[in-house]
Design a protein around this ligand. Sequence first.
Ligand SMILES: *Cc1c(COP(=O)(O)O)cnc(C)c1O
Length: 457
Amino acid sequence: MSIDLSRETKSEQKLQVTDYINKVLSLIEKEEINAEEAAWITKETVDGFREHVNPGFLAYRKTVTKDGQFAAVEWSDNGACFKDVNGKEYIDCLGGFGIYNVGHRHPKVVKAVTDQLKRQALHSQDLLDPLRAMLAKILADITPGDLKYSYFSNSGTESVEAALKLAKMYSDRTTFISTTRAFHGKSLGSLSGTAKGMFRKPFLPLIPGFRHVPFGDIDMMRKTFETCSMVGEDVAAVILEPIQGEGGIILPPEGYLKQVRELCDQYGTLLIFDEVQTGMGRTGKMFAAELYDVVPDIICLAKAFGGGVMPAGAIVAREEVFKSWFPNPFMHTTTFGGNPLACAAAIATIGILIEENLPERAAVVGEYFLAELKKAAEGHEDKVQEIRGQGLMIGIEFHKDEIGYEVSKGMFDRGVLVAGTLINSKTIRIEPALTISYDEVDKVVNTFKEVLKQVKE
Ligand SMILES: *Cc1c(COP(=O)(O)O)cnc(C)c1O
C-alpha cells in the first residue's frame, strides 16, 4: 500500500515539475510578456530566492528598489541598457562589474555564438577544436610584448587559479606577493590573493605563502622581496590588478608598475597582471598593461572576454613560462574552458573592440564622463570625497558609506544602475558599455546631480 502511495505521489510530483518546466520554457520562448506574466515571474523569483536560492539576497536587494516595489527582476537587455519584467529601462553603469564592454548582446557576438551553436556547441574533448587554436593565435597577436600561449577558463577566478599554478610549476617556488585591496576571486587559491578580510577569514588558512603589501607602496614591495629572499622563501610571482577594481578604482602611483616589473626581474619572479576587469578596452587601451608600458609574464582575462554573452576566461603567458605545461598539457585542465561557444564569443568580441575602436572610445568618452561627473559634484564636497578613473572605469568616493548607498539607491529609482550596495557603497563604480552614447552619459550625469542635491548629509 504504502509503496503504491509513494509511487503515486512521486509521479504526481513529476507531473507538476514538468508542468512547471513547460511554463518556464514557454516564457523563455516569448518575445514579449504581459502584466500577468510579469507578476507571476516576480512572485516566482522572490519566492524562489527566499526558499531555494538564498534569502539573504532579498534583504540585500529589495532595499535598493523603490518603496513598495518589492524587488526588481530583470528580463531583457540591449546596448547599454537592460529592462526589468515590467519594462522599466535602466542605463547599466554597473555593467556586470565590467562584463559589457561591447554592450549587451552585441549583434555580432550573438551571431557568432548562434552560428556556432547551430553547428556544434561543445567540443569532443579529444579531437582538436579549431576555434581554440584561432583564438589563441589572435590573443598572441593583441596582447602586449611576447605573451604567446593561452589557456582557457570559464571565469576570472579560474584564470587566476591557472596563473598561480603555472607560476608555481615554472618557478618551483611557493611564495606570492599580492596587494591590499586586491580582488582576484573567491576560490581557495584565488582568495589567497584577494585582500578583503571579511571574505577570507572564515576560510583561513588559505594557500600557504601569500604575503600582502599595500598597493602602490614600492618600498614595502622591495622590503618584502628582500625579506623573502633572506629567509629562503623566494617569490614565485607578484599578482596585481594594474588598476584595482573591487578595491574602489585605485590607480597605481606614477611609475609603480614599472618599478614592480624591475623588482620581479631582479629576483627572477614572475609578474601576473590580473586584467579580468581592466582588460578588453575598459581603461582606454586594449589592456591596462599598455597604459603603463609594462609587459607581464602572465595576463589573466575574463569578464568582458566573452562579450557579455558567454562566460569565458583566459590566461596568456610567455612561452618561457608556459612551456612548463608542454610535457603534460593535462597538468591543469577544465572540461568547459575554451569551448566552441565561448571561443566564438571571444573572437567576435575582439573583432568588435578593434573595428569599432572601442578602447579609444573608452578613453575619449571616459574623459568626458569623468569631467562631467566632477562638475556635477561641485558644491557637494561635504558628500563627495573624490571622483577618479581611467577610461570607462570610474569611481566616485563618498565620505561615508551611507551617502554612497543613498546616491546609488536614488539613481536606481531614476533608471541608472551603478555599483553600490548595502555592504559597500563608499566608492560606487561606473563601468558602462564602451558603446554608451553621449546622451546616455549626460542622462547619468544629470541623474547623479539631481540625486546628490536630494541626499542629505
Ligand atoms: C571579477 C574579478 C575576478 C573574478 O572573476 P569571476 O569571473 O567572478 O570569477 C578576478 N579578478 C578581478 C580583477 C576581478 O575584477
